[in-house]
Design a protein around this ligand. Structure first.
Ligand code: AN7
Length: 352
């Protein structure tokens, strides 16, 4: 098998890069589309469900797709430093790609609301991390100001190159299925990814790679669902810290996507997110982070509306290892601790 070159090389003709662009890559992309028979079984009626497991990117989330583009273009423009606000995954990706490109990375995070693995990554990759006493939305305002005033490139999803890179996930889905799915279920925070997928599906259709476009089904956590409510949420709250966002920057784009695709936005509760998270783990053998499970929670909530025989793709945006704390607190496993290291004792507790 030929070595995968990373998504910029693989999809070069679809991306705003030239021979002069220094490609900063960790060979992101080419993530698996995994059949999900247990989830499909909950729906029945010949519905097929697939998981786009973007948690298998180099830093463990879909953010790598956007970051290889944003960082390569920042490097091309001569930038020496990048900055972002983040609920965790953007900071991990920005740090890894910026350092790989020999640039400084500054990241602002909401103090106390970033999953352990993500914080560990930002630190280990060599970012300069600032934890602020405020939520993601407050941190984003600050980094926008800083990027306006100083020679630092902003790499949040207001940076258009981010969405360019992220649209390649839609290409991969169509390449794998040979057609676009009927539904795409996706977690929504800042609404960059849903907008990027829609762009990708449209470009591929225009080029004749697919005949249809999916309905775009965006799911937000009930405690931070500004797109469902139709207004900002001042104090967003959810166990899915990745999507703890009250004022999405790509709001207008996302509303257009909903309309143009005939899709919908809906809120899922933390309890529904955790149910889907556990089903993915113990039912399908797929470990994603809580925010990602919102896509499956949403699909199960809307299962009666899925047409018979339809193909559904749920996007699993981040790896479960990002947030071990939630996994350890929320599972239905039998966990026997403190036992003597003795075969009889162990066999007995296992029920033999
Ligand atoms: C796992 O890292 O906003 O709707 O700062 O980490 O494109 O914002 C993360 C978002 C879904 C939402 N799933 O995507 C950040 C950040 C996971 C995420 C989303 C995020 P968008």
């Amino acid at each position: 098998m030929q070595d995968w070159p990373g998504l910029i090389e693989a999809y070069r003709r679809w991306l705003p890069v030239s021979a002069k662009t220094p490609v900063i890559t960790l060979r992101e992309g080419a993530t698996p589309l995994i059949p999900a028979p247990v989830i499909a079984g909950e729906i029945g009626r010949g519905v097929k469900v697939f998981l786009k497991y973007d948690g298998l990117n180099p830093t463990g989330s879909f953010k790598d797709r956007g970051m290889t583009m944003a960082i390569s273009k920042a490097k091309e423009a001569g930038s020496e430093a990048v900055i972002c606000a983040s609920t965790g995954n953007t900071s991990a990706a920005a740090a890894a790609y910026a350092r790989r490109g020999g640039m400084r990375a500054f990241v602002l995070i909401p103090d106390g609301y970033v999953a352990q693995g993500k914080l560990a990554q930002a630190l280990l990759y060599g970012a300069e991390v600032v934890a602020v006493q405020g939520n993601f939305d407050a941190a984003l305002e600050i980094v926008r100001d800083v990027a306006d005033r100083y020679p630092i490139t902003l790499v949040n999803s207001v940076n258009p190159y981010r969405l360019q890179g992220q649209k390649t996930a839609a290409f991969e889905v169509v390449d794998a299925l040979g057609e676009a799915p009927d539904w795409l279920c996706i977690p929504v925070g800042n609404a960059g990814n849903i907008s990027a997928y829609w762009m990708g599906f449209n470009e591929y259709k225009q080029a004749g790679h697919s005949r249809k476009l999916p309905k775009m089904m965006g799911f937000q956590a009930a405690g931070s669902a500004p797109l469902v409510l139709g207004h900002k949420v001042e104090q967003p709250d959810t166990i899915a810290t990745a999507i703890r966002i009250g004022n999405p920057v790509n709001r207008e784009k996302a509303l257009d996507v909903r309309q143009a695709s005939g899709g919908d936005f809906m809120a899922v509760s933390d309890a529904e997110i955790i149910t889907a998270y556990k089903l993915l783990g113990a039912g399908e053998g797929v470990f994603c982070e809580p925010a990602s499970a919102a896509s499956v929670a949403g699909l199960l909530k809307r299962k009666h509306e899925v047409p018979n025989g339809a193909t559904v793709v749920c996007v699993l945006t981040g790896n479960g290892l990002k947030d071990p704390t939630t996994a350890i607190e929320h599972n239905d496993a039998k966990f026997h601790t403190g036992l003597a290291a003795n075969t009889e004792v162990v066999a007995k507790v296992l029920g033999f």
